[in-house]
Design a protein around this ligand. Sequence first.
Ligand SMILES: Cc1cc2nc3c(=O)[nH]c(=O)nc-3n(C[C@H](O)[C@H](O)[C@H](O)COP(=O)(O)OP(=O)(O)OC[C@H]3O[C@@H](n4cnc5c(N)ncnc54)[C@H](O)[C@@H]3O)c2cc1C
Length: 425
Amino acid sequence: MKDRLTVHPDDCAAFAIAGRVPTVVASPKSFEQAAAALQACAREGARVVIRGQGTKSAQPPAPAALDVVVDVSSVAKSIYIRADDLTAVASSSVRIADLRAALTAKERFFPCDVPFAADATVGGALAAGSNGALAARFGGLRDNILGMRVALSDGSRAFAGSHVVKSVAGFDSHKLFIGSRGTLGFIGEAVLKLAPIPPDERALVARFADPQNACAAALDVAAAPVFPYAVTLHCPRSAQRIAALTALTRPDEWLAVYRFGGLRRAVGRAVETVRQTCAQHGCSATDVLDRGGVERAWVDIAELAGGRMYPATGWCAYRIACLPSEVPSVLAAAAAAWPALEISAHPTMGVVFAHVPADVAVDAPGLWRSVGAAAGSAICTSAPPGRTDFAMPPRSYAPYALFRRLKSEFDASGTLDPGRMLGAV
Ligand SMILES: Cc1cc2nc3c(=O)[nH]c(=O)nc-3n(C[C@H](O)[C@H](O)[C@H](O)COP(=O)(O)OP(=O)(O)OC[C@H]3O[C@@H](n4cnc5c(N)ncnc54)[C@H](O)[C@@H]3O)c2cc1C
């Protein structure tokens, strides 16, 4: 196999996945070569992990077996923007940062605030499938991916979905690949739904002594016709990591950040309405960021959601999903379980990101028990290589039988990273 594929025989250690080193790294240059590589691996019974830039390689569990890494980074990169139709087609090897720059030049943006944005690829971001805070206004990835070109391990290639915003025909089977973690097939390119860059953007930063009050204010705002682009909440320690907000942080105060976009007057009215709502819930002070401030702050805010701020060598990261009304209980339970914790949340979406220093003893089942009553699901999104004590026991009601049937339909040979999806699928 080494003779037939472009390989990096000396660089295998650099492509380790959760501490496991492959014996072959294949670097296809095109979608067709990637499909052929998967088919060849399946024929020879090799176990394959598809890799974008590897920013999520530390997500447990480690692969039970790993022969080949199919490295997507050399696949030809293309971005085709149809600005007037608010769509774009991007190959999976394109970095999110490059996609962003190309869209900005056309006054468009893809409404996703991705951690690891400087490095992460479009394919990896979709396969990793967690939504950022902008999902509060724009919907999640499943709402913003119109179509996808994929290759399966049996060598078959397909396009699913459509190239247009309005589409009513067929199964949306491409959406299965969002969050599939590379276990169903290779994402070659994706059709993205875009949004216009708004004429004005601002953010209201509100300081609260008590996260419960901050959550109550966020829910009140969500129930009013105000429509922020995003709302994030940060404990005093994580707030201090947002360089653009250093002057606004206090050691004992939580920061709620409301991001707005739209026409200037509408943004001004929304900021004022939210300021009043926060004041009614006991916020101690507010500040307003202009567009430049929002952009600078958001670079760090996106990385606080399980991203670059918490490297897997030093931190263990959890993503806990719950009802928005349960966020205060989850925050309290997590803080009680791990006092050294750093925590961020998307309070109106019911997502909590908990980061525990790697040298702190972790009782993951204990955390699960304490937050479990309030939480719908929780996963460990990264952990130091070789550590197994961080694993979060999966909920027993997850539809694993259905997962297994899907896996066997898309990847009958079990070539693609078997055992790494929830429920060891
Ligand atoms: C809108 C949005 C919001 C996000 N929000 C969050 C968040 O809040 N928190 C968070 O932790 N992460 C979030 N992410 C995911 C985050 O951006 C990922 O860290 C990153 O995008 C992974 O990119 P990568 O190229 O480094 O992938 P890698 O780490 O290389 O791969 C990630 C996974 O995808 C698979 N994969 C990679 N490329 C392909 C491909 N071409 N075809 C099939 N499978 C592939 C890999 O096998 C692996 O399982 C978000 C992503 C998006 C798009």
